[in-house]
Design a protein around this ligand. Sequence first.
Ligand code: NAI
Length: 269
Amino acid sequence: MKGLAGKTALITGASSGIGQAIAIRLAQEGCNIVINYRKSPEGAEATEEQAMRQACGQVEGCGVQSLLVQGDVSQEEDIVRMVNATVDKFGHLDILINNAGVQTERASHEVSSDEFDRVIAVNLRGAYLCARETIKHLLQQQRSGVIINISSVHEIIPRPMYISYSISKGGMGNLTKTLALEYANRGIRVNGIAPGATITPINQAWTEDPEQKATVESHIPMGRAGTSEEMAAAVAFLASDEAAYITGQTLFIDGGLTLYADFREAWSA
Ligand code: NAI
């Protein structure tokens, strides 16, 4: 896609699922990729290996490079270190993908303040701080850049039993819009994608059980869950110059989940 070759992209939580697919796709598009992982490097190494294999099959000369950076996005000093490490190696950071995310399931009246804070600290505060450090860098170097937030259909659909997750993704919608508006005249675009049910490790509880998977998919108008690669394709588009005039938007990629599926058949006159 236009304008991606030679750019540097930092992807948080890129050792599995959607983040891994985004890293691989951006490498295929000719981006240098910075693969953030939180704990053990195995998943990140797998991302790197696949990304390089696929990129080198498709990019002439294979100038694509990668960097693995450990860091917990709930820790401010880790984020500063990650952005500095990126700039030290590549000289610049052009694209930030705020993908790292966690969720916990519990009745809202039983969630402890610690549990609540932990989810918000990763999904929302972490995304903001990564964006802040990236924007500082872009302004300093007077470069244009792109930030993409990986939100969720729960940016707009309330999700009982997942109060902190719902709030974090709802907040992410306004994070996208506020930053987009604030930096629109300085060449920084900020957008989001909102995946519906996607087959990744976060959903292991139902993806590996055929009966539960069928139940989940019965709620989706298109009749199936999405794939990480489908999410990554939209991210590549939004990060590219093909989307040069798009900012402040969240693109819902959900097989129709946000279309009020109950209205598939008429139930009221
Ligand atoms: P996943 O569990 O495979 O990926 C989440 C990644 O975030 C993991 O690699 C994990 O190590 C990393 N992570 C967690 N805490 C971190 C921290 N403190 N610092 C750095 N990295 C951290 O699951 P998936 O599905 O790939 O999730 C990616 C994003 O997509 C999340 O933000 C999630 O909320 C969002 N999403 C996923 C959907 C799905 O159905 N799979 C639907 C809607 C949104």
